[in-house]
Design a protein around this ligand. Sequence first.
Ligand code: PMP
Length: 351
Amino acid sequence: MSFEENIRKVVPYTPGEQPQRKVIKLNTNECPYAPSPKVFNALEKFDASFLRKYPDPACTGLVNAIADYYGRDPEEVFVGVGSDDVLSMCFLTFFAGKKPVIFPNITYSFYEVWADVYRIPYKTIPLKENFDLDENDYFIENGGVVIANPNAPTGVAEPLEKIEKIVKENQDSIVIVDEAYIDFGGETALPLIDKYENIIITRTMSKSRAMAGMRIGYAFGPKKLIKYLNDVKFSVNSYTMNMPALIAGEEAVLDKEYFEEIRDKVVATRERSKTELKRLGFSFRDSMTNFIFAKHEKASAKMIFEKLKENDIYVRYFNKPVINEYLRISIGTDEEMDELFKVLEKILAEI
Ligand code: PMP
């Protein structure tokens, strides 16, 4: 007998590296631009003496701002410490049954970690060889469904009709649609919350709103599901979001103009990067996100990953079956991408 058997053991999620010196960082899909000037302003004015008190557990200001911006009722909005926290709460709340939760084999690798840590049975469903999802594969008995759309790390956006079919065919389960990258392309499933009772949509301010460091995520869903989520949240930690995050999040949502400006810049750089990467011999599915998941015609992904790192350029490499010949390259500024293309050209000339 030992305490070991009483311990909840898990294989944790591995986040992308956060080197503490200045490098060209294209490995965690952050935004290369600063958050809205309104966020800077609000944080400058923030009176630290407020920190004496607990923050608003209902996150009223932020919830109302998000609801307002997207034309929803505040009771249809949930917020959390990044969409990782929101998704984790969703797994804990909605997947308490015995049947396996299903999601694609190639998707955000945190899904299986949450399933493991909460002891939720799950089953992965292979994507097609070209990384497309076949909706018919999801018409099976399950305890829940999770779909990232656009998907990560593939960058592929599935049409809304496919997502709707999955929601419609699974009305005895909750379907989570993870829209972390939706601001960069693809069709949102948001209108489906008026039509179905079993859908939750999660979003983040980490990518298109340039606030990965602040940790703000949110979800939309029918009021009943949002109430269930809040009941679980208030049973784990009432005060998930701190005061500066609540203020910064509200300001970021309100600054539509700045949001659109930086999002458009990232999308323009992404489109230019597609041309450059093709010229260098890479192939990839048409990305609708702020990254490109690319494979080189001759050079191994691992080799390119390592050589780029030697040159202080960080991209993401997943040493996993099916995708171990791919690199996930986040979209940086135009200057950062130009440096990447220059270094890639040099590396590829040497093979
Ligand atoms: N979903 C997907 C598909 C992601 O790629 C990420 C980023 N790692 C997240 C959710 C979580 O993002 P965050 O916690 O920063 O909101």
